[in-house]
Design a protein around this ligand. Structure first.
Ligand SMILES: NC(=O)c1ccc[n+]([C@@H]2O[C@H](COP(=O)([O-])OP(=O)(O)OC[C@H]3O[C@@H](n4cnc5c(N)ncnc54)[C@H](OP(=O)(O)O)[C@@H]3O)[C@@H](O)[C@H]2O)c1
Length: 465
């Protein structure tokens, strides 16, 4: 019979074993807690976000006060990044920063309640208060529908963070479909402060302007992530819903002039909010493609992705209450719907994963259920069914139009001319009323010189592709 009194050596061995097993249990708990925070269902191809994976990185996220952007910020902050939390107002940006820090620390303190506080031995771990575990959340105010606000925000970022590792172009608006049907004029009901149709103005042109202003802060290894969507592709289930996305010959953008000739649609057609949203996501993939070519010489890259269908974000706020209820009830089931946490994890993966850099310039990533490798397709039900059964996140070929490099270049040129022109007009108007604009007054490192050198008194909208 084993003695009830253990020898000291035995006690040492047992307590070692017990400590090891407690540590292993706690370590498993840390990993599991992190994994469940990051992704709430198993998606192949998605790197787990390692502790400290983003330590020292500066990551700008637009639309960070809500939905997918805010969730991504929480995960990036928890991984140690300095997250520049961009929102339309100081109040929204500050409130989001507070929530991001509170949530990450709340989750971590639950994990820290366990015996082992991180993967190091307890004696090696610095006390909680001094441990450089979390990143920083810094508020940034930017209205992507206002080139002057973009200029101010960029100057502020360049001043405080001269090197930026990642820019996540996440902010977006999706107009009301019912509103479109009511609008018999063929004109959009909402325009940005710069006079652009709001969907293209914010989702594409605003991000174009922001990235261009911040390009001086991008270095070798930096990346720009554009949040696009499956709807950019006319052959996707959502892309087929309503008029198909297409930018045509960019006629609307090319003919744009403030006032009566302000564009309603990129292709020059009558306003259709559903199509405008799809077009804006198509612009996003093309923008990443053209941008990646320009970033290649410095060893930086650009890519685009679809976060899936996320009915719990605020994106559908301009839909009728009936549609909103339908989306949040009837359609809010995995695997068709993606949770905010998973969409945030896709975004964080796009910002941090080596797989994204390895995928090459301008790569487009997509999550379930639309993504599945052709060789993985279900024998009877095809690729979409395979995506439902075994969800995966990975590189996917975007639509044919999104792969048109000539179109990507033409879109770049016309976007550049429109932004240059808008900034020149807005600055001139503001100077007439208030004196020199905020960018000039700030003496902000010469970013405006680039723009003013190009403008020369009007838009240089190219006339052909
Ligand atoms: N939800 C989906 O199913 C889905 C699917 C595919 C792609 N996406 C894309 O995912 C991205 C994030 O959307 P979400 O679903 O998370 O929606 P969301 O919760 O509505 O987030 C959109 C964000 O964009 C911001 N925003 C809107 N207009 C802006 C402007 N003029 N200037 C600066 N920020 C502005 C919003 O700020 P305010 O709060 O101030 O309005 C908000 O923070 C979007 O690009 C969207 O197109 C979403």
């Amino acid at each position: 019979m084993a003695s009830a009194i253990a020898s000291p050596a035995c006690i040492g061995a047992r307590s070692d074993r017990a400590r090891r097993s407690r540590r292993a249990r706690a370590s498993r708990a840390v990993v599991t807690a992190r994994a469940s925070r990051a992704v709430d269902r198993s998606v192949r191809g998605l790197d787990p976000i390692e502790e400290d994976a983003a330590r020292g990185k500066v990551i700008v996220v637009t639309g960070a006060n809500s939905g997918i952007g805010k969730e991504a910020c929480k995960q990036l902050y928890a991984a140690g990044a300095t997250v520049l939390v961009a929102a339309r107002s100081r109040e929204k940006a500050t409130a989001a920063c507070e929530e991001i820090a509170r949530d990450a620390r709340g989750d971590a303190s639950r994990v820290d309640g366990d015996a082992v506080r991180d993967r190091r031995a307890p004696e090696e771990a610095p006390p909680l208060a001094t441990r450089p575990r979390f990143g920083r959340a810094v508020p940034v105010v930017v209205d992507l529908g206002d080139v002057r606000s973009i200029a101010r925000a960029s100057a502020e970022i360049l001043n405080s963070h001269p090197v930026v590792d990642v820019i996540v172009c996440n902010a977006g608006v999706a107009p009301d479909r019912a509103g479109n049907a009511v609008s018999k004029t063929g004109k959009p009901t909402r325009r940005t402060k710069d006079g652009f149709e709001e969907t293209i103005g914010v989702n594409h042109l605003g991000h174009f302007a922001l990235v261009r202003e911040l390009r001086g802060a991008l270095r070798e290894g930096s990346r720009v992530v554009v949040t696009s969507g499956c709807v950019h592709d006319k052959s996707s289930p959502d892309g087929k819903n309503g008029a198909p996305p297409t930018l045509g010959d960019l006629t609307g953008l090319r003919r744009h002039a403030p006032g009566e000739r302000a564009f309603s649609m990129v292709d020059g057609g009558d306003f259709d909010g559903n199509k405008a949203y799809k077009d804006s996501k198509l612009c996003g993939v093309l923008f990443a493609r053209a941008l990646s070519k320009r970033l290649e010489p410095i060893g930086a890259t650009a890519c685009a992705f679809s976060p899936g269908f996320v009915p719990t974000s605020s994106l559908f706020r301009f839909q009728t209450s009936f549609v909103q209820t339908l989306l949040k009830t009837a359609f809010n089931y995995p695997p068709l719907a993606t949770s905010l946490r998973t969409a945030g994890a896709f975004t964080a993966h796009m910002a941090l994963s080596d797989a994204v850099a390895a995928a090459g310039p301008g790569a487009y990533f997509c999550g379930p259920p639309s993504f599945s490798k052709p060789e993985d397709a279900h024998p009877w039900l095809g690729g979409f069914a395979r995506g439902l059964i075994a969800p995966e996140f990975g590189v996917k070929a975007p639509s044919e139009e999104a792969r048109d490099d000539a179109l990507a270049e033409a879109l770049w040129e016309v976007s550049e001319a429109l932004i240059d022109d808008a900034l020149a007009r807005r600055e001139a108007a503001a100077a007439a009323v208030d004196g020199p604009g905020p960018g000039a007054a700030a003496g902000d490192g010469g970013w405006r010189n680039n723009i003013h050198a190009k403008v020369g008194g009007g838009a240089r909208v190219p006339t052909s592709r």
